[in-house]
Structure formats: structure tokens, C-alpha cells
Design a protein around this ligand. Structure first.
Ligand SMILES: O=C(O)c1ccc(O)c(O)c1
Ligand SMILES: [Mg+2]
Length: 619
């Protein structure tokens, strides 16, 4: 479908926005009126620039507070409209968004609103313009798309239809299935936004917290299927008012916005294919009466971690920790300053290549996928940047991509691994060959990735769209230097879990790799014997555990002795401890007991405070 975006989504001047949208691959834009008003180019110049860039100008918006007014005010509103329509002609825009009256409406009658919109339709038609009437979620009388459609029906004018905006519909909990009752040709425009689950007034939610599709909690794929079934064939346009995107890099935001539309079309196409139903209303499209939704390669949900890569000029401090935790040194890479440590399915790659002056940090994650060429095709279709990887003859060529935080994500084919527990082929490139370590550590439980406040939503979309991860819970934990926002992303089976953390501004938040084991007490005991001093846990925490869970003294003594933290859910228990950090990285060792399937969120503030004490050296 025609891919469009409202200029209000982006930072910069109107010209910056147009260039960025064209470069990202959008087909068109909605001109947000304030962007034009503050610009020093004439409407004709803007039109010419858009032309040159191959962008259509799809919509002019918003025209406010028109309907449901007294006769005097109606004349004034028509005068205003005439001015705007004149500007629209100069821009060459054929559709105006009229949002429902929030300020000046005094008449709540659908009949009156419809008569007034008919007058507007007459005026618009004389300019060759169509009126797309949008129900704002906070409209004075009209705050439901079904009512705006009823009014448009009553207006009964060929130049008057509706604009459907997913935010206004889904924020109010209105059922989008009713879209299928509207003939596609009367839906004159569609705006799409996702949103986080917040409880606040709907206007503030809309003006500050909208997200691109795939980044929030709504099922926009399903939303689009209703549009297609209605016979809508017009633009799918993003309208995302968001305080972060309004100040982040214009080019990057435009690219990530386009990724969300590519993902969304694919998702809607798959839902429609699954449903198999026919279009409710005919409409010019792919010959079948339906809009054609572009599909991309199948999502190949990772079946597990291949490895985690830590990079630094000097990784020896990390090696000390790995040795203490019972991992085995597997050797040096044949051709690079790269070393492999492992235990069971936990493989840690230490990379000192091109790492001058870098402190230890999480640099890459390798995921096992069923078919790396399909997974790679999908990432490329989503316009994800490729990660360069130099390989020598005979070495595995892994497809690598750069996630928004700069983390490199590698997709490794698992078709060559016939048996459970078999090592990935690249492991043979390390000179001690296939002698895998067999400590108590059995694999990687989860990885805690940290990024800046401006990369978070983009990162959520990356892992959703490229790897098909789900995002069950978002939490926040209080640290001494600010709140840490955290979004867990995982595969349905839990084989891959990432925790995406937003560090407070100016704080270098530690990243950690959580190693799974079957006996955390044994791992902790041996690590201590080898000199590890785990992150210290205060006695107050153990008093709190006694209060919360009623643990007996023997258990509390065992936990305290090994500086373990604890959590219990309805389905099981979670026992874990943390190593101090080296550079930005630390390790967590976790034991899940029974069906414990979440994270010990209440323990995070204890960790953050303890790490802070270690950092200040005031232990
Ligand atoms: O917040 C607003 O006023 C506003 C304006 C235009 C829109 O299309 C919209 O959805 C909201
Ligand atoms: Mg809107």
C-alpha cells in the first residue's frame, strides 16, 4: 500500500523531514500545518521539493473546530476553510483532515454537524478537495469513529468521508471491527499509531506518548485487516506525536518509522491469509478488490543463543570471572584475537579485535535460527543495517545486523546441527577444537541490554520485527541515580529472553549476561573458593525476604552465606547472584526452580544500589 507519514512525527525543518522521508523510502507525507506556517518556503516551493524527491503530498492537517457551531461561527469557519483550501491548492494537496470540534461546538446534534459538513463539502468540492472527518478521542460531542461515520453518512456528500486514526479508536477501547461497516471509498484517509499502556487523560497520552506500530501494546496488524476488508485502498500513514521522536535524529527516526510500516503490512497480510475471508466491500486494488499488502520473508524465531560476545582492548578481567564461574577456556580463534569460553550451551566470545581503548562491553549476540538465509532476507527487507564481519576462507559466514543500541545481532543457521547439544560449526574455528566445558552452567538464561532513552522504542521494534520476539512486561526499577525502565522481550518458549533497559541520562548502566545453572549454591560456593566476591547483598534485604516470603532461618542463612537473591512466583522459585562488573559487563548466575518463568524485578533495586556502592568504593 501507499506508505505515508505525518511531518509531525519528526524533528527538524519541513525540508529536513521531506528529505528524510524520501530517503527512508516513504511514498508520501501528510503536511502538518504548523510545519508549513513556520517555514520560509512558499507552498509552491514545498510542492516542487516534494515532487523532486518523489513524495506525494497526501493530506493537509488539521483543520479544527469546524462543526456543531452557531450559524455566525459557521460562516467564520467557512471563511477560514476557504483560506486553507487556497493554500492546499498551491501545495497540490487534495485531502484535508477535519478533526471533530473540541472547543467551539455548542450543538450536539448529528443532523446539524452533518449539514455543516455538507456546506464544507460544497466549498471543498469547488477546490477539488475532499474532507476527511476524524473523531478525536476527546472531541466535544464526536469522540467515536462510528459517530463520525454516521455524521458523514448524513452529510451525504461526495467530497465528505472519514479519516480513521487508530489512536482515537483504540485508546477509547472502541472495537475496530466496525470499520468493516464503512465502504472503503468513504474512508478517505488512515492514520496509524501504537501506544504504551498508560493510565492518563487521553489527550496527553495522544500528544506525547504515541509510538510507531509494533512498539506499543495494540494489535495494529488486526486493525489493518479491518481496513482491507472494508475495501480501503488509500495510504497507510503514520501519525505519531512523541516527545522522543520529535528530538531524535530525523533520518534515523524516518528509517525506523518506515520499518514499522513494512512490518505492519507483512503482519496484516499474514493475518488476512490465515483468515482466508473475502473483502466486505470491493475497491480498486490488486484486481481481487483488496489492497495489496506487501509481504516479506517469514520470521524465523530464534531457537536459542549461539553465543554472547564481549569486546574490549583487554578481556582478561572477564576471563577471571568466567574461570571463577566454572566455564572452560576453549581456545583462541585461528585467525583473530578472539577467544571462546563455554560451559554446556553457554558460549562467551571475547573479542579484542579493533578494540583499542574500549572497556569490556556487550558487543554482539549470536542467535540460532532455522534458516539463516530466510532470517537474513527478512532483516534486509526491514532495512536493517548489516554488521560487517571479515571472514577468511573456510570460516562460517554469519549474517550480522546492527541493533539500535549498536549491538550486533548474528543469525546462525542451525540446520547443520543434527543432534541436541551439538556445537555450532563456527566453534571448530577455535584451536582447542570440540572439547566443550561441562561445569554446572548449562546455558544462557537471558541477556540484559542497556541503551539510551532515545533508542528504546526503536530497539523494541527491531527485536519484534526482525526476530519475532514478544514483549510481555515492562517494569521500572529505582536505582540510586534514577529509574531504570526495563522491557522484557522473549520468544514464546523462553529460549531467548532479552531485557532491554533504559539507563538514566548520563549513567552508564551495567549490562549483564545471565547464565543458567542447575545448582546455584554449588556454583556460588566454587566461585568463592576461586576468589570471586559476589555483589554484596545487605542484611536488610534478607529481613525483607523473611517478611515477604516467610522463609525459614536455614534457607535465609544459606542465601546470606552465598549472597544469593531470591524470588518466588505462583509457579516456582528463582535463586540468583551477580558478579561485580568488569567495564560495563557483569554476569548473573540464575537457577529457575519449578515453573518460575519471570524475572526477580523486586531484586533489581538491590543490585543497582549494591553496584553503586561498589562503584563508589564505599563498600
Ligand atoms: O492532537 C491533535 O490535536 C490532533 C490533531 C490531528 C490529528 O489527526 C490527531 O489525531 C490529533
Ligand atoms: Mg489523527
Amino acid at each position: 500500500m501507499h506508505r505515508s507519514i505525518a511531518t509531525v512525527c519528526l524533528s527538524g525543518s519541513l525540508e529536513d523531514k521531506l528529505y528524510a522521508c524520501a530517503d527512508a523510502g516513504f511514498d508520501g507525507v501528510e503536511i502538518f500545518e504548523p510545519d508549513l506556517v513556520v517555514n520560509d518556503r512558499s507552498p509552491e516551493e514545498i510542492r516542487a521539493l516534494a515532487d523532486r524527491l518523489g513524495l506525494s503530498l497526501d493530506l493537509y492537517q488539521p483543520f479544527r473546530d469546524f462543526e456543531g457551531v452557531t450559524p455566525d461561527l459557521l460562516e467564520e469557519n467557512l471563511r477560514r476553510a476557504r483560506e486553507r483550501f487556497t493554500t492546499m491548492r498551491r501545495l497540490g494537496i487534495g485531502t484535508v483532515l477535519v478533526c471533530s470540534n473540541v472547543g467551539t461546538a455548542t450543538v450536539g446534534s448529528d443532523q446539524v454537524a452533518a449539514e455543516q459538513l455538507r456546506r464544507l463539502g460544497d466549498l471543498a468540492a469547488s477546490f477539488g478537495i475532499r474532507v476527511a472527518y476524524e473523531a478525536l478521542a476527546w472531541g466535544r460531542y464526536v469522540d467515536d469513529y462510528r459517530r463520525s461515520w454516521r455524521i458523514a453518512q448524513l452529510a451525504d456528500h461526495e467530497a465528505v468521508g472519514v479519516c480513521l486514526d487508530s489512536f482515537h479508536i483504540l485508546s477509547r477501547g472502541h472495537d475496530p471491527a466496525g470499520i468493516e461497516d464503512i465502504p472503503g471509498e468513504k474512508i478517505l484517509f488512515v492514520q496509524l499509531a501504537d501506544a504504551p499502556d498508560l493510565s492518563m487523560d487521553v489527550l496527553s497520552w495522544s500528544r506525547h506518548h504515541r509510538l510507531f506500530p509494533g512498539e506499543g501494546v495494540w494489535d495494529l496488524g488486526r486493525f489493518v485487516t479491518h481496513l482491507v476488508r472494508a475495501g480501503y485502498t488509500g495510504p497507510l500513514s503514520l501519525e505519531v506525536f512523541n516527545d522522543v521522536f520529535r528530538q531524535t535524529d530525523t533520518v534515523r527516526t524516518a528509517e525506523h518509522a518506515l520499518r514499522s510500516l513494512v512490518w505492519l503490512e507483512d503482519r496484516a497480510a499474514r493475518l488476512l491469509a490465515d483468515d482466508g475471508g473475502a473483502a466486505a466491500h470491493g475497491g480498486a486494488a490488486d484486481g481481487g478488490g483488496r489492497a495489496s499488502l506487501h509481504r516479506i520473508a517469514d520470521v524465523d524465531v530464534p531457537s536459542g543463543y549461539d553465543y554472547v560476545e564481549i569486546k574490549a582492548e583487554d578481556t582478561s578481567g572477564v576471563e577471571v570471572l568466567l574461570d571463577q564461574l566454572g566455564l572452560t577456556f576453549r581456545g583462541q580463534h585461528r585467525t583473530k584475537p578472539v577467544r571462546l569460553w563455554s560451559s554446556g550451551d553457554a558460549r562467551i566470545v571475547l573479542n579484542e579485535q579493533h578494540a583499542r581503548d574500549l572497556d569490556p562491553h556487550l558487543a554482539g549476540i549470536g542467535f540460532g535460527v532455522a534458516d539463516a538465509s530466510v532470517a537474513g532476507d527478512r532483516a534486509r527487507a526491514l532495512a536493517v543495517r548489516a554488521a560487517p564481519r571479515r571472514t577468511q576462507d573456510g570460516e562460517q559466514d554469519l549474517a550480522g545486523f546492527v541493533a539500535p543500541s549498536g549491538l550486533e545481532v548474528f543469525l546462525n543457521d542451525r540446520r547443520d546441527r543434527t543432534q541436541d547439544g551439538e556445537e555450532p560449526a563456527w566453534a571448530t574455528e577455535f584451536d582447542r577444537g570440540r572439547t566443550g566445558g561441562a561445569g554446572e552452567i548449562t546455558g544462557i538464561d537471558h541477556v540484559n541490554v542497556s541503551h539510551g532513552w532515545d533508542a528504546h522504542d526503536e530497539a523494541v521494534l527491531f527485536y519484534t520485527s526482525v526476530l519475532g520476539l514478544e514483549k510481555p512486561t515492562a517494569t521500572e526499577a529505582a536505582g540510586p541515580q534514577g529509574l531504570v525502565r526495563s522491557q522484557v522481550m522473549r520468544t514464546p518458549s523462553g529460549a531467548v529472553r532479552l531485557s532491554l533497559n533504559v539507563a538514566p541520562v548520563g549513567v552508564s548502566h551495567p549490562e549483564h549476561i545471565a547464565l543458567a545453572c542447575t545448582d546455584v549454591v554449588a556454583v556460588a560456593r566454587r566461585a568463592r573458593e576461586r576468589g570471586l566476591r559476589p555483589v554484596p547483598v545487605p542484611d536488610n534485604y534478607y529481613d525483607d525476604l523473611r517478611a515477604r516470603f516467610g522463609l525459614d532461618e536455614a534457607t535465609l542463612t544459606l542465601l546470606r552465606e552465598h549472597q544469593l537473591m531470591f524470588d518466588r512466583s505462583a509457579t516456582g522459585e528463582f535463586w540468583h547472584f551477580y558478579t561485580p562488573r568488569v567495564g560495563r559487563v557483569c554476569f548473573e548466575v540464575v537457577q529457575r526452580v519449578g515453573g518460575y518463568d519471570v524475572y526477580a524485578g523486586d531484586n533489581t533495586p538491590v543490585l543497582l544500589a549494591a553496584q553503586d556502592r561498589l562503584d563508589r568504593g564505599t563498600r
